[in-house]
Design a binder for this molecule. Structure first.
Ligand code: MTE
Ligand code: MO
Length: 183
């Protein structure tokens, strides 16, 4: 008992010494970059989730997007440069997930909307008729290529392209999710 107390006492005495000795170790581990950097957009996986008020919640990979009807549109980016964008019309992706368009986009479905969500938390809303060729001739695209090349890390891998829109606030970059909601 006494012996243990004595030993404990001497261990307590060692604590400040141990702390003192560990200072250079801590300093060294802070210099070392052994913590991996956060996933950069350059390595982001090409995929988009379709969630919310949909019959078939789905995830579309690059392969899935390549199999859907491909569209190209000419549009002026925020930097003022006219480019050829290539990708899949939002209506095609959403139709696959069971979102109503065409003859089904009427009545109670008229309160549905889609939120394009980005990896940085940025979001923008579209009403379904804006995307529907039976309502509008606009071609709102989920683009994966610009002028024949994959989108840059800043833009992509997936970006909404809204040709002809006078401001670019709905050209959501780094899209990760299309969430359908009911107003
Ligand atoms: N993911 C994401 N997309 C975004 C934004 C954003 O902050 N995050 N800003 C929007 C706004 S307000 C504009 S004007 C354009 C700006 O495009 P640029 O950054 O390519 O110039 O991107 C749009 N898309
Ligand atoms: Mo903007």
């Amino acid at each position: 008992m006494t012996d243990r107390h004595t030993r404990f006492g001497s261990m307590v005495g060692l604590v400040p010494l141990a702390l003192l000795l560990s200072v250079p170790v801590i300093a060294r581990s802070q210099q070392k970059t052994d913590i991996p950097p956060p996933a950069s957009p350059a390595t982001a996986i090409t995929q988009v989730q379709v969630t919310g008020e949909v019959a078939r919640p789905s995830t579309f990979s690059a392969e899935d997007l390549a199999k859907l009807p491909r569209q190209t549109v000419k549009a002026k980016a925020h930097d003022g440069a006219e480019s050829q964008y290539e990708g899949v019309a939002l209506v095609e992706i959403l139709t696959k997930a069971g979102v109503p368009f065409g003859k089904d986009l009427r009545g109670k479905a008229m309160v549905l909307y889609v939120v394009a969500e980005a990896s940085d938390g940025y979001r923008a809303v579209f009403a379904l008729p804006e995307l529907d060729p039976t309502y509008s001739d606009r071609m709102i695209l989920l683009a994966d290529h610009r002028d024949g090349k994959p989108l840059s890390a800043k833009e992509g891998p997936l970006q909404i392209v809204v040709p002809g829109e006078k401001k670019h606030a709905r050209w959501v970059r780094q899209v990760i999710r299309l969430r359908v909601g009911r107003a």
